[in-house]
Design a protein around this ligand. Structure first.
Ligand code: OAD
Length: 243
């Protein structure tokens, strides 16, 4: 544990802060049984992102991409939010100004009850028409391949930000506002290697926020943060935000 603060000091700071921002990654959902992307058992060990999660891959072979997303839909549909997701809902209700920025597309924060959030990489339960651009909720498991738009008949794609694509401008703006105005930034379960989220810790740090990390292992954020607690999100986050 590399930290200048004890867990109870951070718990007290969180309890008294008026403005809190949280950044989450795949590690918070790992405790619900959803695989992360990097690391020994990560999805990108067995699959190549450029073959499955890129606009080129979809243009080349939409059926293959949809088969992969159907596999992930089936896996995620069976999972429930864990104690870390729930603790963040408590924090949302407690802090006067709260914003959750998640890189996760699994929808578990919403399922837990989080409402003040940006899903900056999209949501696996939403589809977008490649012709008319309409975005719709879609919970089919499996989704029939090829899925088509109910309005215009165009091919649907997952409403997910793929490699080589930009984040939605409103998500960037909302996230930057939250990072520039928070007293505390809590970073949970992300390796901190995918941009722009990888730069969010320094945005908060530069304006004077206390930056705290919860992760199983040290990450690229660890040298920058004020406190880094190593362990499972489902164990540590409820200690930082008791119910
Ligand atoms: P990664 O798979 O890169 O990193 C997961 C992090 O969670 C690692 O730092 C692990 O040490 C940590 N971790 C694993 N289990 C944990 C647990 N139980 N408790 C706490 N921490 C744990 O996932 P992300 O950083 O989220 O993009 O990856 C960022 C983006 O890369 C994803 O959103 C995805 C991927 O390509 C898209 O799908 C667009």
């Amino acid at each position: 544990m590399t930290t200048r603060y004890s867990l109870s000091e951070i718990r007290d700071r969180l309890a008294n802060a008026r403005s809190v921002t949280v950044l989450t990654g795949a590690g918070i959902s790992a405790d619900s049984g959803i695989p992360t992307f990097r690391g020994a058992d990560g999805l990108w060990k067995n699959y190549r992102p450029e073959e499955l999660a890129s606009p080129d891959a979809f243009a080349r072979n939409p059926a293959l991409v949809w088969e992969w997303y159907n596999w992930r839909r089936e896996l995620i549909a069976a999972k429930q939010p864990n104690a870390a997701h729930t603790a963040l809902v408590t924090l949302e209700h407690r802090a006067e100004n709260f914003w959750l920025i998640t890189q996760n597309v699994d929808g578990l924060h919403r399922a837990a009850g989080s409402r003040k959030l940006s899903e900056i990489h999209g949501n696996i339960w939403k589809v977008r028409c490649t012709q008319c651009g309409i975005v719709e909720d879609n919970h089919a498991v499996p989704i029939p391949i090829p899925p088509t738009c109910s309005s215009c008949g165009g091919l649907l794609r997952p409403h997910i930000v793929w490699f080589g694509e930009s984040l939605a401008r409103e998500d960037i703006e909302r996230s930057l506002h939250a990072l520039r105005s928070c007293e505390i930034l809590l970073i949970i379960g992300t390796s901190g290697v995918v941009y722009p989220a990888a730069s969010f810790a320094s945005v908060a740090k530069e304006q004077g926020a206390l930056v705290v990390e919860v992760n199983l292992d040290p990450t690229s954020h660890t040298s920058l943060v004020d406190a880094s607690f190593h362990g499972r999100a489902k164990d540590l986050v409820p200690l930082l935000v008791p119910g």
